[in-house]
Write a protein that binds this ligand. Structure first.
Ligand SMILES: C[S@@+](CC[C@H](N)C(=O)[O-])C[C@H]1O[C@@H](n2cnc3c(N)ncnc32)[C@H](O)[C@@H]1O
Length: 365
């Protein structure tokens, strides 16, 4: 008898092992623990508790209540949760402190180590309904439809990468780009979100003009607020496909967004048309490979796939026929072939030691 291709492959003998059930159940419960501790991290960030604990002080719940004006009983529960999670240290006298490493990861929001910004308090039920529906239809939603909550999360998550790190570490890897920006160049950031990098470039290179392109209304609104008062920076609410096709830009950035685009190939072609003949396209995207086993080196791989379900794959399938790359779909091979098809003749991948999360690519016409 022939097995139908779609039928599941069933092993003949299957007996669950009691010890392994317990191990497996613990693994599952640890994810639930992660979810609720995430909520507590969000509260610590939102209520300014980590910031209040910064600087090495030791706090009783009453002491922290005195400093923050918040309720002592609720703070005690939060502090015990943080201590149980290993995020703050509890001393035998019942006081709690935030170690300097905790301060770096949970308070210093301009640092590449900062992580608290990603904890936005879980997915609201409405969004879970949307994600579940995507499994039926194959269609996701755009960042515009995801709303300001997600725009804010991305903004806070990426602050470290798009500020000083971009100008001091990444741009100097590109031959001649810093010199051009210093002399006065035209730059664009496509899919710029809240325009952190637009503001950074405009401030650091006052002789240059920097334009952000961003289709999502909540992100574009954030961008407008951020760029207010910067004479050499502006934001256009548009998709990358709508870049001017007149070769005006010296530098175009796409930061963490090619994998989110429904039609990244069309945007790559538009970028080629918008660049000068000696212009540069700088791409930052998630470090990944076609090989799942290779990707397992990423210590938070499951989280990356989870983000994909929540936003990246959703955005990439928000238009019928979208590329559906997902968080880990813009691999070096995909990037190189897309750049080649768009008319770029020079392509380089570079890895930066202090950024294990991303690959950077430089493409030139
Ligand atoms: C993960 S966010 C990254 C934002 C920003 N570059 C950063 O690094 O914080 C991805 C962005 O790509 C934008 N995007 C999606 N499709 C796009 C398209 N076709 N053209 C331009 N931007 C697009 C989304 O609106 C979203 O703001």
């Amino acid at each position: 008898m022939h097995r139908r291709l779609s039928s599941p492959i069933v092993s003949p003998v299957r007996q669950a092992d009691r010890d392994r059930i317990e191990e497996y159940a613990l693994k599952v419960w640890k994810y639930k623990e992660g979810e609720v501790v995430s909520m507590a991290i969000h509260l610590g960030d939102r209520l300014g508790l980590y910031r209040a604990m910064a600087g090495g002080g030791r706090f009783s719940p009453a002491g922290l209540a005195g400093l923050t004006g918040l309720n002592e009983r609720w703070l005690r529960e939060w502090l015990l949760c943080q201590a149980a999670a290993g995020l703050v240290t509890r001393t035998a006298d019942g006081t709690f402190s935030l170690e300097p490493e905790g301060e770096q990861v949970l308070v210093e929001d301009h640092s590449l180590d900062f992580a608290a910004g990603v904890f936005i308090g879980g997915y609201p039920p409405g969004q879970m309904d949307v994600i579940a529906e995507s499994f039926r239809t194959g269609l996701g939603i755009s960042y515009d439809q995801m709303g300001d909550r997600v725009a804010r999360q991305i903004d806070r998550m990426h602050l470290g990468w798009l500020g000083g790190y971009l100008v001091d570490t990444v741009l100097p890897c590109l031959d001649g780009v810093v010199e051009k920006l210093e002399a006065g160049a035209m730059a664009a950031d496509v899919g710029c979100g809240g325009a952190i990098s637009v503001a950074t470039l405009a401030e650091r290179f006052p002789a240059s003009t920097v334009v952000g392109y961003e289709p999502s209304s909540p992100a574009a609104a954030r961008a407008r607020r951020r760029l207010d008062g910067l004479p050499n920076a502006s934001i256009i609410q548009a998709v990358g496909e709508d870049l001017p096709a007149d070769g005006r830009f010296d530098l175009i950035l796409t930061m963490d967004c090619m994998h989110d685009m429904p039609f990244p190939d069309r945007v790559a072609a538009a970028i080629r048309r918008a660049l000068k003949h000696d212009g540069v396209w700088l791409i930052k995207d998630i470090r990944c490979s076609e090989d799942f086993e290779q990707n397992r080196k990423n210590p938070v791989l499951a989280m990356q796939y989870g983000f994909s379900l929540g936003s990246c794959l959703s955005s990439g399938t928000s238009v019928e026929g979208g590329a559906a790359l997902g968080s880990l779909g813009f691999t070096p091979a995909v990037a190189e072939s897309m750049a080649g098809e768009a008319g770029f003749t020079s392509f380089r991948v570079f890895e930066l030691e202090d950024d294990p999360v991303h690959f950077y690519y430089e493409a030139r016409p």
